[in-house]
Design a protein around this ligand. Structure first.
Ligand code: NG1
Ligand code: ZN
Length: 541
């Protein structure tokens, strides 16, 4: 009886005195608190697969850009997307079961309420990043999968987007939407082939240095290089740095995308010379930011998710025009309120493309991007991708007949990008090749890319309050509805600053409020952020 097996297995994974919450990044916290959570998420993965008639569900064990002592777990739905939102509360409920008996009870309650046939097959695949705690958490996961009777495959170490890729490949196998070969090698081959087609006849200028945050992206990028042509062969020269995964304490330490984006500085280990093109991945390689030291004034210049979004949107819109498809395919961009106002202005005024703003969290952006035929979405922190609608896929792959050689060339590049860009989730390795392809096509270096618009100076402040639950936000988190009167006071502050914009929202991943402010000058942005932070502190005291 699975119930008895689950009961017995659960006893090996007692819950600590902590309340858990499946947030925008799944469950994430100190690794030593996660054993029971991982076990219970394993049970939920079995339920989710059974609910979906045995389609394969992914489980990723990672804490992304968090410090080495943290870990986390999240579920991947059949098409490689994040777990359907309505299931997040089931995850939270199961994870907070006080004892083993309740675990089994809740397992069955979820099954009966969602009409899940427990006789259905359950198929689960999983992988982890390089954290020291990963292997023991995997053992807890396996206990859950075995006791609940799931069939499972361990993909060992992978980047988060690689696991999403595999889930999508498995579930589309044998259908007209087949996504790729079900293997890590298949991932490299698909991307490398797409890259070769996309870059064809163009030259990548100079090498790109990739800081891998001392995470799983390091060994995976090194492996990937075996499939990618070097510049001498019409491809790209990639210099891999910060790829030490043998020292677990080095993960995300003074390097990686989050370090660079938050601190607006290069990793201290960087040996780049002015003008060198650099980028940083995060600990599980689903985020990327670019940067360089401007040779003109030696200033550090960050090119974040907003820059990648604008670059991709401008290129894809151009290509679809050149291919003669602009009437057929709607191109649009999805951002969050954290996008720099200058980027939003550039997209609407210069690129003349529509922009949608959603709440923070990739699932919201992803969802909104599906409403365009070519939907570019990025969080400012560098997580994002481009989605092609079924209509776009149809047009690009067979329906559309180009009318001239120029249209055919543009169409071929679009087709290559359709394969190069990870359709499941933001993928640092795929995004990096996308950026490299676009820069090569445009003949741009970092300076030209930077010139598209000037970022408004901005500041992000973390504010601790008694209970962040008392702050209720609306309008894609840009307005506070509660506490009463706080928004009107915030508006009054903002009005005093040229190009001022500010908002405050409760973090989805930390017990704190986040305040964002931007304005025409550095001093004004800082001052506005401080004032709004004080306001939030006063209301939250
Ligand atoms: P919260 O803690 O809700 O602000 C942070 C990031 C998000 C997203 C999630 C998930 C900022 C301001 N917020 O969310 O963009 O990446 O973590 O990792 O960067
Ligand atoms: Zn990440």
């Amino acid at each position: 009886m699975p119930s008895e097996q689950i009961l017995a297995a659960s006893a090996k994974h007692p819950k600590p005195d902590t309340t858990f919450q499946y947030g925008t990044a799944g469950f994430r916290m100190k690794a030593n608190l996660l054993d029971s959570v991982v076990f219970r998420v394993g049970l939920l993965a079995s339920l989710r697969s059974r609910k979906l008639n045995g389609q394969t569900i992914g489980v990723m064990i990672t804490a992304s850009h968090n410090p080495p002592e943290d870990n986390g777990i999240k579920l991947v739905d059949p098409m490689g997307e994040m777990l359907e939102q309505s299931w997040e509360s089931h995850a939270t409920w199961l994870a907070n079961s006080p004892d083993d008996k309740t675990v089994v009870e809740r397992y069955h309650t979820i099954a009966s309420e969602l009409k899940i046939n427990l006789e259905n097959k359950a198929n689960v695949i999983y992988a982890r990043d390089t954290r020291a705690s990963g292997s023991s958490l995997v053992a807890s996961l396996v206990d859950a999968l075995q006791s609940s009777g799931a069939v499972y495959t361990d993909y060992k170490l992978l980047t988060t987007p690689q696991l999403h890729y595999l889930v999508r490949c498995i579930n589309t196998k044998g259908t007209q939407y087949e996504y790729g070969e079900v293997s890590e090698k298949g991932y490299y081959e698909k991307l490398a082939d797409a890259f070769k087609r996309a870059i064809k006849g163009k030259t990548v200028s100079g090498a790109v240095t990739v800081d891998c945050a001392n995470g799983v992206g390091g060994p995976k990028l090194r492996e990937f290089l075996k499939y990618l042509p070097t510049a001498a062969d019409g491809g790209i020269d990639i210099k891999v740095v910060n790829d030490d995964v043998l020292k677990p304490e080095a993960l995300n330490m003074n390097c990686g995308a989050d370090y660079v984006k938050t601190g607006q500085r290069a990793p201290p280990s960087s040996k780049a010379s002015p003008g060198d093109r650099c980028c940083s991945l995060d600990g599980d390689a689903d985020r990327i930011v670019y940067y360089f030291v401007n040779p003109k004034d030696n200033a550090f210049q960050l090119l974040d998710g907003d820059r990648i979004a604008t670059l991709a949107a401008s290129f894809l819109a151009d290509l679809s025009r050149q291919a003669g498809l602009s009437e057929k395919l709607a191109v649009g961009v999805v951002q969050t309120a954290y996008a720099n106002g200058a980027s939003t202005h550039y997209i609407t005024s210069d690129l003349k493309l529509p922009v949608v703003c959603t709440a923070t969290g990739v699932k919201h952006l992803h969802h909104a991007a599906t409403r365009f035929d070519i939907g570019v979405y990025f969080e400012a922190n560098g997580h994002g991708t481009v989605l092609f609608s079924p209509k776009a896929v149809k047009q690009l792959t067979y329906a559309y007949e180009p009318q001239s050689p120029a249209q055919k060339t543009a169409l071929d590049t679009l087709r290559a990008l359709l394969d190069l860009i990870n359709q499941a989730v933001g993928d640092a390795l795929s995004d990096m090749l996308l950026v490299e392809v676009i820069l090569a096509h445009k003949g741009w270096g970092m300076t030209e890319w930077t010139r598209t618009y000037v970022d408004l100076p901005n500041r992000l402040v973390r504010v601790e309050v008694r209970d962040r639950g008392m702050f209720k936000v609306v309008d894609a988190e840009r307005q506070m509805e509660e506490p009463k009167n706080i928004q009107s006071q915030l508006n009054e502050l903002v009005q005093k600053y040229k190009d001022g914009r500010s908002f405050a929202r409760p973090s989805g991943t930390e017990d704190a409020m986040r305040v964002y402010a931007e304005a025409a000058t550095r001093a004004e942005a800082d001052q506005l952020a401080t004032r709004v932070a004080d306001l939030v502190k006063r209301f939250g005291a």
